[in-house]
Structure formats: structure tokens, C-alpha cells
Ligand binder design. Sequence first.
Ligand code: ADP
Ligand code: ZN
Ligand code: ZN
Length: 790
Amino acid sequence: MPANGGVFTYRLPEGAVEPGRRVLVPLGRRTATGVVLGPARSLRGELRDVLRVLDEQPLLPPDVLQLVRWAAAHYLAPLGLAVRVALPPGIDLREELRGALTPEGDALLDGVQRALLPGGQEAATRTRQLLRAVREGRALRAAQLRALEKRGLVSLSTSEARPRVQAPQVELAAAVPGAQPPARSPRQAEVLAWLLARDPVGVPVEELLAAFPGARPHLRKLAARRLVALRTEPAGAARLPDAPWGSAVVRETAAQSAALVELRAALDARAYAPFLLDGVTGSGKTHVYLEAIAHARAQGRGALALVPEIALTPQLAGRFRARFGDDVAVLHSGLTERERLSEWHRVRGGGAGVVVGARSAVFAPVRDLGIVVVDEEHEPSYKQEDRLRYHARDLALVRARDAGAVAVLGSATPSLETLRRAQDGRLRTLRLPERVDGRALPAVEIVDRKTTLRGRGDPALLTPALSEALQKTAARGEQAILFLNKRGHVRSLLCRSCGAAVGCPNCSVALVLHRASGAAALRCHLCGHEEVPRPCAACGSDDLVPLSAGTERVEEELRALLPQARVARLDRDSAGGPGKAAALLARFARRELDVLIGTQMVAKGHDFPGVTLVGALDADGPLHLPDFRAAERCVQLLAQVAGRAGRGEQPGRVLMQAFRTTEPAVVAAAAHDYHGFARGEMARREALSFPPHARLCALRLQGNVEARVQAAAERLAGRARELQRRGGDRVDVLGPAPAPIARLRGKHRFQLLLRAPEHGPIHRLCRALGEVPLPSGVELAADVDPVALL
Ligand code: ADP
Ligand code: ZN
Ligand code: ZN
């Protein structure tokens, strides 16, 4: 990181410019675009002039800049980097200058006048060539354009927001109203019937092909027969398939009304008011978000709703659209840069007052912010794990505080950090203790997997109890979800003679065996390394046995158990893109599928009323993670998957298969007693002095040469301890130790944990440690309030 944090000082040609506007400046021998932060406090060395001020009004509004400054300071990141994170995607800070001929330039090029031509013949020809290039829109170097501008022949503009990618087109298919299915081709008839039942405006062809793999020729024939219309249009923000899910709220529950009374009063008070909306799965939290936001909109104030992973929760975005129409801007990674940028400008310009987006939307330039919602606030995906390592939930609170806004953190399983804030009175708790319509939470049974270990060979993933439940569910025509937090076929290969697992040559993790497309392949889930199975690297034996299992294996077992069932798998391997995942979920919602198998992607906030059975295949699996939050994460995942069952008329049933059936995390999840678990866990954290009872900062060092990295880590730790002895602050220094993933992408990793009751001492210590020189080839990154300690 540059010593100045990417912040430079320039002289402004004419007076002050508001912070947040972009400027063109000389930087070394280049020109660069920067964002004005404000008056410099001190001057050092020679000052150069700003070449040009770019935006009419600040690109980043003052409240966003303030948040950026807070984030840079808190997360110990260069301010320049934090500014970049807050800028909309596709706004490139590299300049792209465009020239247009002035009337003088036109006159000169057309030979009407020659007074402005340089003296020599050669120079005159060259000028004409350049002017012609400008007229024809060909690329010129910035210096050439600027020279022409000085002579008054060309006027310059920066091509602001010129997207690097073109907006993609989406192909839509719509049934022609009243079309009669062709009698002699059943496949075409099937496709047509499906389309007739869908939105008459059209359905993305991608979605149709997900429902009918290989149906492209049938679609073409239907179009040729004029039974189906095909058209292509630019993919808009609204192109994630929306599905017929989510029932209308007829009458608010008493708990919903009570929560809304408090939220509306807090909005009317127009002061910072943070809330925890603690509501069990299916208790109708979304309705509360929507109505509170509607109140803020009625006051003329803006709203921000953060969701963990928007591509997986299209129905949530759909509900916002249904409620607020065009007033909603949805910022998600499924959009192209151009679309995101245009949505961003719509928000900045006040054309959209409600923003729904994933973590980076916390920086969205919402006008006059009145309310911030963070749905599923416990989700680890709110933490950005590279560059600026921020936590969007925590930044949301900071932003709400500075804006005098209401903040609502919603969850059925609040993080211990949030529960602690509530206990300390820093958040007010609103409770939705019951499901809507008095529906019961599903009955949960714990099934012991140890019985499957008897006998030789590979233990089955589906226990007899779960197999039987699946058969019964299928017989009743109801749906099931099977959850396993590992993708792939079989987790790993183990050498039977020496016991070594086949590991990644770059990372210290076992390779995962995949078997989707015919041949078996081993893949590293961290660096993407792939290889075909070969004899054991440690002892040369080729007696390798598969160990444990992933989602692909479940699919095989299930197909053997229920050959008739329509089964699909949803994980990072099968999903492809956000559109595919959403299309698959939409099919499941329409009950075109019977069983959905997947990783935590199936556990998100989906609302599928047809699901009556949920199986957690390896319920205690997440406990293996070497992380002090492993148990918390495990219960949260289990509560979330269990919450998918019994959301409709029929009651739900959940089977949790585990080897360690008495673990508090598993037992609490089965008893729907998250809060009981949280109390015990809170005490354990307190005893160990871990968050939320202390603040942590992880210092991670990595490099190619292990000894060097280790030496650097030890030097840093030594220096930290020395500073402790001299200074008054109390900061515990834990480590250094090899990181749980000791090698990643070929780099050796060590980590050091700093722990203190408050952030202040940690920040001070880190700043002092920033002065310690590092050997070349060793990189250091600080992670304040780390979420993953891997
Ligand atoms: P949560 O996010 O708390 O798990 P949702 O907001 O997804 O729950 O609500 C679950 C379902 O209940 C949705 O289909 C929603 O439309 C419906 N719902 C919400 N409030 C009510 C209500 N008062 N009466 C009937 N249905 C409701
Ligand atoms: Zn071996
Ligand atoms: Zn790897």
C-alpha cells in the first residue's frame, strides 16, 4: 500500500471545488482521474495543478464520502482504495478523453480558413490529419488532443461512464395467445403448454431451456409455425425470473403491527434509531421491511435494503419491485457494468428512492437516507474478504447513525455481535416470535449417522430414516430439500495404505473429487487446480478410497432411491450464473421439480410452500471448521435450512443427520432454540475473550518462501509485544501461527491475532506496526473484525 494511502495534493486553478467531484490531474508522467477529498492539511514538496474539474456535481455525495473515510480508518485501508470501492462499477478512474471539432477546427479542416494552421507544410498536413481523426472519432493520444485544444481547434470532454462492456441482450419467448399445440409433436406441445401458462410478455429463453434441456429445436419449430414469438431485447434490471411465489399479506399479524408502530415512530422522530428485528423463519419480516420503507418514502426519504446474495433471493427483489415499482433500483452482480452504472446514476439523481443490493450497496448514493435494512444480518457474506475488508452490516449502522436514520437488522438467528449490542441497549429488539397464520415450526428429528458406518465400503449419505421419509414425501406429491454443505461428488480421496488424503499442490487442503461429466477429476476449491486421480503422492499406492461426500453423490443416491422423482442440484458447480440459479429456484417454486439438493444456496430465504421435508445430511459437518464461530455458523445454517420446511398448508418435517448427535449446536437447532444456544455460546466466548466480548484484528502474512514469511511474522509479533510493554494500551498478541489454511494459491500463510476490549488500542498498535519493514516477497494484510479465520 502506498505510504500516502493513495491521497495526493494538487492546486486547484480556480477556487474551491466540493469534495466528491472528480478531477483530471498529472500523476508522474501520466494523467489520472481522482476524487477531490477536501482542503489539504499540510503541503509537502512541489504542487502541481489540477488539469480539469470533471463532474458538474459531486459524483460521491458527502455522506458517502464520510462513510468511506470512516471505513478506511476503521479497516486500516488506504483512503484511495476505499474511495474506489465506493465508486460505481464501470466508472474507470483511467481517463478517456474525447475530442470534438470546434467551429474553428471545422473551418480549418474544410479549408475555409488557414490562419490557424502552423507555418510549415508538414506541420499543416499533420494538423489536418489529426483533425480528420477527431472528426471520424478515431482514438488519439491525450497529449495530442490537449495540444489541439490549446489551439482552440478541439473541445474536450471525458467519456464519463463509458462502459467497457456492452449490455447483453436477453432472448424472450412468448406463446402466441390462443395457440393450439401441434398434435403430432408432443415435445413441442409440452413447451408450448408451459409457455402458455407463463407471463404473456415472455419468458427468458434461458429459463425455458433450464426447464426443458435440449428444447432449442422445438422452440425454433414453434416459432416457424408462428405459435411462439421470439424476440431479443436489452437485458434490463428486471430480468431475473420472478416466480409465482409469496402470498399476499391480507391481515398483519399482531407482532408485525407492533413492530411497525415502533419503526414508524422512530422514523417520525428523524433521529438515529437502530433495531434488531428478531423473527423466526416465516414470521413475515419482509412485510415489516416493506412497510417501514414505505413510511420513509412517504416522508420523502430514501431507503437502502441490503441482502446477502441477491442472485439467490430474486423473490425478495421481486417483492420490492411489486411494492415500489420503478422507485426500486436493484444493484446485483448479475447486471452488466452498464446496467449497474445506469441504476447507480438513477439513484444518484433521485430517480430511484429504494435501493436493494448486496454488501457494496451500503455505499449507494441514496438521497436523504431515512432507513437502512440489513436482511439476514448474521450472514458471513456481508464481510468483504479482499481489498477493503469491510463488514456491510457494521457500515450500515455507521451510515444510519450519521444520517439520523432508522436501521433494521433482521434475522431468525442474529449474530452474537448483534445480540450483544441488543443486550447493551445499543439496539432495540423487535420480536416476531411466530410464523404467520399460526403455522408451526417444523418438527425436527436428529438421526445418528454412525449406523451407516457398519459394513465395508463407502458409508451411504442417506440414512434409512431419511430414505423412508423421502419416499413418503414423494408418494404424497410434496417437495423436499436436501442440504449438504459440500459440493462435488465425494469429498476427497484417502490413501488406504498410508492414510494421506490427496491434497492440492498449491494449497494445504484436500482435493475434492468431481464426477459430473463422465471422467473423475480432482479439483481444489480454493485455487481451482484440477488433476485426474493418480497414485498416492506420499507412498505410491493406488489403493485410494473416497471419503465423505458432496452434493453430486447425494444426487446419485437419490436417483437410485427415487427413479421417478424430478431432481435438481444447486451449487456453485451446477448454477453457472445467477440467472441459472434463479431459474432453477423458479422451477422448484412452480413445483416442476420434486427434490432440490444443494449447498447453502438452497438454504437462503426461499419461500417454497410445497416443501414438507428437509434433510440436513451432514448436520454437524460445519463444526469441523477451525474457527471460533464454527458452532454459531452451524446452528445458523441448520435453522435456516430447517426454516424451509412447512411454510405452506402442510406441516413440515426436518431430519438432521449427524455423527455427533449431542453437540449443543445440533441439539439447539433441532429444538428451535437458537437463543438457548446463543446464551451458552455467549458465556463461552466471554470465558475465552473472543468477540463479541473483545475486538480482534488478524494480521496475515504471506509469501512464496515459508521461512521468510515465518521470520517476518515473528518479527512483527515481537515488535507488537515490545510496543505493549512500553505503551499503556493492553492488546493481547496471539501467535504467530500458520493459518488454518497454511498454503493458499502457492503462498505460505501465517497469522497473528491482536485482541483488545476496544478498537482504539488495536488501531494504534497497527499503525505503529505499519512502520516495521517487511522483507521483500512478504505481503501483510490487516483484517479488522475478521469473520473468517482461515
Ligand atoms: P421471513 O422473512 O420472516 O422468513 P417472509 O417475509 O418471507 O418471512 O414471509 C413468509 C410468507 O408469509 C410470505 O409468503 C409472506 O408473503 C407471507 N406473509 C407475511 N406476512 C403475512 C401475514 N400477515 N399474513 C399472511 N401471510 C403473510
Ligand atoms: Zn499413500
Ligand atoms: Zn489449491
